[in-house]
Ligand binder design. Structure first.
Ligand code: NDP
Length: 430
């Protein structure tokens, strides 16, 4: 996977850049045919147009450093995470300044663009090169975090297999000062970059053709909703699985630094490239486009409230809940007097709200949104559907691991919970 991810990203980049998002392959499947295909169709193109350069390094690493500094200094509430068994039940503090950083970034980006100091179209103009810098940075940061963990002796659940441990990670909660590296990497880097990539495509489309299309606006809205949700609900993140359980290894670091922003964006890039190369914009009938807007907003509603119902419930249990007015606060995001199953372990399992309907309501909503990101581009290319397909695999794997973990942790209480909420993703179906 560690070799395959970057290769796949380059293969898809060539597809978008040179083949209108089409799947392309060697003309003959002989050794010579495959060798020549890799060399001439991929490597030469990557070297010519996607090799890292100083401009791309400044853009990407500039943003990385900038976002880290904001995570360090911007104001925001402080919440306590869950008790960590390996730290003898200690609860770490998290400074949740994602929202103030996000608003500042939006203003700054507009100022930089309008004054011409940094035009946002530079992001898409340098896409391949920035992606390469991100890939190199993903490996570098993983190695740095691993070395730091070995020096500090705070590695966890190691298997002894170097490659597996590099992939899954060494430390659980690496920090620089008070900044939690996992939380910073998870919400400050990938989603804002993804959003600005979509904005960059939209502005490029407008500058070159004088119009913006419904699907391009759809993608900007979709990415705005996602990034905004992460920032405005940041205080819920310390009680999520990535923070309390996953270690900080290649899987999280690479995916956050490079994978998410540079593969989840295919729909936006495809829409723009298609129009620029064929001269025709991808548009759909009004009912089709309107339906997708409605489905996206509905799915977002369930995604937002599903996550906040469970995380706020958990925050109430551990005494870290506080009401926040970050926009938008949606109805039913916080359940008063919820029903739950009390476990012998001490934790409560929520059975109210969407959590009484299925066991992973936020996954269903998230998957629906990801499907919409593909559907808005039509059926001309697989690439805009890559995120959805990949996400199905990720969430299936996560659900399986999570269920096994909960079964072990809660035993008979988990069985009771599964009887009470028998379906995982779709009521009466699965
Ligand atoms: P969850 O938020 O589902 O966390 C799982 C944990 O929640 C379980 O281990 C359990 O922990 C607790 N839990 C499970 N059921 C209940 C319940 N009924 N009541 C109370 N606690 C419960 O997992 P994720 O962190 O995977 O997902 C968070 C969000 O992030 C989702 O919306 C997901 O779609 C999104 N996501 C997006 C990705 C992307 O690339 N776009 C990638 C991964 C996630 P405990 O031990 O405390 O009981």
């Amino acid at each position: 996977m560690m070799i395959g991810f970057p290769c796949l990203m380059y293969y898809f980049w060539v597809s978008l850049e040179y083949h209108q998002g089409k799947i392309y392959y060697p003309q003959t499947f002989t050794f010579e045919g495959i060798r020549s295909f890799i060399l001439h169709e991929i490597v030469e193109k990557v070297v010519a147009d996607a090799a890292p350069n100083w401009t791309a390094t400044k853009i990407y690493m500039g943003y990385i450093v900038y976002s880290f500094i904001l995570a360090y200094i911007m104001p925001g509430p402080i919440v306590e995470g869950l008790p960590i068994p390996s730290l003898k039940g200690k609860r770490l503090k998290y400074l949740c300044n994602g929202l103030s950083s996000w608003y500042l970034t939006l203003v700054l980006a507009a100022v930089l663009h309008l004054t011409g100091v940094f035009r946002l179209t530079e992001i898409i103009d340098n896409f391949g090169r920035i992606m390469s810098v991100a890939i190199i940075w993903g490996f570098t940061l993983t190695a740095l975090v691993q070395i730091d963990s070995i020096i500090k002796g705070n590695s966890h659940r190691l298997s002894g297999n170097f490659f597996y441990d590099f992939f899954m990670g060494y430390p659980l909660n690496p920090r620089i000062g008070h900044v939690d590296l996992k939380m910073w990497a998870e919400i400050r880097v990938p989603w804002p970059i993804l959003f600005f990539l979509s904005v960059s495509c939209l502005i490029k489309q407008y500058e070159l053709t004088g119009v913006v299309t419904g699907p391009a606006c759809f993608m900007v809205l979709a990415h705005f909703l996602y990034v905004n949700a992460c920032q405005k609900g940041e205080e819920c993140i310390p009680t999520s699985w990535d923070i309390f359980y996953e270690k900080d290894g290649f899987m999280l670091i690479f995916w956050n630094m490079a994978g998410v922003p540079f593969t989840y964006c295919y729909a936006s890039i495809y829409l723009m490239k298609y129009q620029l190369t064929t001269g025709k914009a991808i548009t759909h009938s009004l009912p089709y486009t309107a339906t997708l807007f409605v489905v996206l907003l509905l799915a977002y509603y369930f995604f937002d409230t599903g996550n906040s119902q469970k995380n706020r419930f958990r925050m109430e249990q551990n005494g870290s809940f506080f009401a926040r007015n970050a926009f938008p606060q949606l109805p039913y995001g916080h359940i008063k007097n919820p029903t739950y199953i009390k476990t012998e372990h001490g934790n409560l399992l929520l059975t109210s709200g969407w959590w009484g309907v299925v066991r992973k309501p936020h996954y269903t909503a998230d998957l629906t949104m990801s499907l919409c990101w593909g559907l808005i581009t039509g059926a001309g290319s697989f690439l805009p559907y890559f995120y959805f397909c990949f996400f199905v695999v990720v969430l299936t794997h996560r659900t399986k691991r999570d269920m096994e973990r909960c079964e072990k942790k809660y035993g008979k209480d988990w069985e009771r919970y599964c009887e009470r909420v028998p379906y995982i993703l779709i009521p009466y179906v699965f």
